[in-house]
Design a protein around this ligand. Structure first.
Ligand SMILES: Nc1nc2c(ncn2[C@@H]2O[C@H](COP(=O)(O)OP(=O)(O)OP(=O)(O)O)[C@@H](O)[C@H]2O)c(=O)[nH]1
Length: 353
């Protein structure tokens, strides 16, 4: 059975998580996204902002607020039952997005997905860490440190008194993808910060810059359930210059200014069927690392197996499992590769084949 992918969005207060999620919902492309938002008392307004946002495909029912304290401290009491209730719905969502409070430690949340009731039904699509670019460049991590401290003081449920720098390190360490937000304020300093963060993060983690969290949905989210059938139709990541020549650096540059994020591209690789899923996952992981791929996803048949293997990878996280009988599908593998413009398509294709 196909699992529902869940994306964890983390990052300090004011980094731009809500802005990014709002953009995501506005461009959800028909996917039904459920949101779980971890709020803190009076300071939490995100749920309010996102509820009643008037965005199509996002009804109030799809926004669940967890306000009993820090999500990572109340995993068993709060988060797991909420997830179970979402999954038990008559029409479960295509994708779940979890916005943690800026103070949460992502690891306990990621571990919660191994809970027996969740493990077979949902999968961590990825941990996206949103950073306040100018604040990180300045070494303060948050643009309003006083507000972050107030948030800490306001939360009675917070069991951990982790210093800000440690929380920051933890959020970066846990990320599968790092978004350096507020690139508009960083300007020319963006590239240097992106490069520095790439050096500081786990092998394979991709760092991308954004303004107002405006990133293509296909970059932020892995495949949603509804999208699997038209995977072959989705040759390009949805952005506004689909028709442009991707090799044209000038246009990409132009694009970045116009839409406030780096330019992305995607392409499809057809490969022979897989012999050993675990080996294949290792290969995918190697290719992602050596070619700075943001996402890689798709399906494959496995020699001698009647079930279809689904593969979903973001940065160092490679998830694969059998999701349904192959039926009449052609045997072989079809993978979509997404990255920033300039991917070495020939080398990636050769490596995957
Ligand atoms: N200049 C600039 N401002 C931004 C950008 N992204 C977000 N902001 C602003 O930064 C502030 C914080 O953004 P939010 O999206 O609320 O941040 P958050 O991470 O959700 O913060 P909390 O949910 O309150 O923890 C808002 O005033 C946004 O309008 C950006 O790319 N550039």
């Amino acid at each position: 059975m196909a699992k529902i992918p869940a994306t964890i969005v983390t990052g300090f207060l004011g980094a731009g998580k809500t802005t990014l999620i709002r953009h995501l919902l506005q461009n959800a492309d028909g996917r039904r996204i459920a949101l779980i938002i971890n709020e803190f008392g009076d300071l939490g307004v995100d749920g309010g902002i996102l509820k009643g946002c008037g965005i199509e495909n996002c009804s109030d029912d799809d926004v669940v607020e967890l306000s009993n304290g820090c999500i990572c401290c109340t995993v068993a009491d709060d988060f797991i039952p909420t997830m179970e209730a979402l999954l038990a719905r008559e029409t479960p969502p295509d994708h779940i997005v979890i916005e943690t409070s800026g103070l949460a430690l992502p690891q306990p949340l990621v571990r919660a997905f191994n809970w027996p009731g969740l493990k077979t039904k949902v999968t961590v699509d990825g941990v996206v860490t949103v950073l306040d670019g100018p604040a990180v460049a300045a070494g303060t991590f948050a643009s309003n440190v006083a507000a972050v401290d107030a948030q800490r003081a306001a939360d009675d449920g917070l069991d951990h008194e982790t210093p800000l720098s440690d929380l920051y390190a933890d959020q970066v360490a846990c990320a599968d993808m790092i978004v350096v937000n507020k690139a508009d304020l960083l300007g020319d300093g963006t590239a240097a910060l992106v490069a520095r963060l790439k050096g500081e993060s786990r092998d394979g983690v991709q760092v991308i810059s954004a303004t107002q969290g405006a990133l293509p949905v296909d970059v932020l989210l892995g495949r949603g359930q509804g999208a699997e059938d038209d995977i072959s139709a989705r040759h390009e990541v949805h952005h506004h210059h689909d028709d442009d020549d991707h090799d044209d650096g000038h246009d990409d540059h132009h694009h970045e200014h116009e839409h406030g994020h780096d330019a992305f591209e995607s392409f499809i690789v057809d490969a022979p069927e897989v012999t050993d899923p675990a080996q294949f996952a290792t290969k995918v992981s190697d290719v992602i690392r050596s070619h700075d791929i943001l996402r890689l996803k798709g399906f494959a048949s496995v020699a001698g197996k009647p079930m279809r293997l689904t593969v979903q990878a973001v940065g160092p996280r490679v998830d694969h499992y059998f999701d349904r009988p192959l039926g009449t599908d052609t045997r072989g593998a079809r993978l979509v590769v997404i990255g920033q413009a300039g991917l070495d398509r020939a080398a990636i294709t050769a490596a995957l084949q």
